[in-house]
Design a protein around this ligand. Structure first.
Ligand SMILES: Nc1ncnc2c1ncn2[C@@H]1O[C@H](COP(=O)(O)OP(=O)(O)O)[C@@H](O)[C@H]1O
Ligand SMILES: [Mg+2]
Length: 251
């Protein structure tokens, strides 16, 4: 069974950047799951869903619902059909990683149907991978949606603010309340921390793995939409992430 890794934190903290950077250090095959409707992870990895004619989970679900609304006769039950579509239409395959994105909901109402689909399907998909990495939307609401209930390593990407520190406590409360189990709870400082503010994380009582250094190159890549997989191995952010993973027990 794959190791399940979740990257979470407040908006703009650097969650997606962290996921895009750790891919190169994880033992393949790796499945990435982007739960953020803004699709930024695909952009950071240079994954062009349109070009490869791949759909987000929400798009695939919407298409099935629309087809059925038009009265088309389909013998397969929706959940079975969706599971097979997830493989054929939603799984973006690249060198070094596969990627599934939840996408923006296209029908009225909540994220329940696509969430439910992923909740049921991720464990089945996970059998084919060494690592499954979940990139989360901002905040703690996604934890309530309980899409992955058994996490191996949870990385909380922190920004230097009082809210961010309170956020750590909120994550733990919510996971306990909704029954999400995890093996390791790790704190990571984003590039905005300095020696002084890092002290808050060191003394937080949680396992602090270190800071991702500021990386002007990375900032430029993100601005220009260049894939972060092309960042040089010796760039500050890559070296930081490598150090952080080593400290977290990754070989
Ligand atoms: N190490 C870093 N150095 C410089 N800029 C960074 C670094 N990490 C992240 N950023 C910038 O911070 C912004 C937010 O990062 P992102 O990963 O999208 O955050 P999140 O997924 O938490 O919303 C991006 O514009 C990104 O370029
Ligand atoms: Mg993000």
């Amino acid at each position: 069974m794959a190791r399940k890794i979740v990257s979470t934190g407040r908006g703009g903290a650097g969650k997606s950047t962290f996921v895009a950077l750790i891919v190169r250090y994880l033992k393949p095959p790796t499945l990435l799951v982007d739960l953020d409707p803004d699709l930024s992870l695909a952009d950071m990895l240079g994954a062009d869903f349109r070009k490869e004619k791949k759909k987000t989970v929400s798009e695939a679900l919407y298409d099935v619902i629309e087809t059925r609304k038009r009265g088309a006769k389909v013998s397969t039950p929706t959940h079975e059909l969706m599971e097979s579509l997830l493989w054929s239409d939603c799984l973006y395959e690249d060198i070094g990683f596969d990627l599934i994105t939840l996408g923006t909901k296209l029908t009225e109402g909540c994220y329940c149907p696509p969430d439910e689909l992923l909740r049921r399907t991720i464990p089945k998909l996970a059998r084919n991978y060494t690592n499954v990495v979940i990139d989360s939307p901002a905040g703690v609401e996604h934890l309530n949606r309980n899409i992955v209930s058994d996490i191996n390593d949870l990385f909380v990407i922190c920004d230097p603010s009082e809210k961010s520190l309170r956020h750590i406590g909120r994550i733990k409360e919510i996971m306990k309340a909704v029954g999400i189990r995890y093996n390791r709870f790790y704190l990571v400082a984003n590039y905005e921390f300095d020696e002084g503010t890092e002290g808050y994380l060191r003394n937080s009582g949680e396992i602090y793995l270190g800071k991702i250094d500021y990386d002007a190159n990375l900032e430029q890549y993100n601005l220009q939409g260049k894939p972060l997989l092309e960042l040089p191995e010796d760039s500050p952010a890559c070296l930081s992430v490598k150090r952080i993973l080593t400290k977290g027990g990754y070989g």
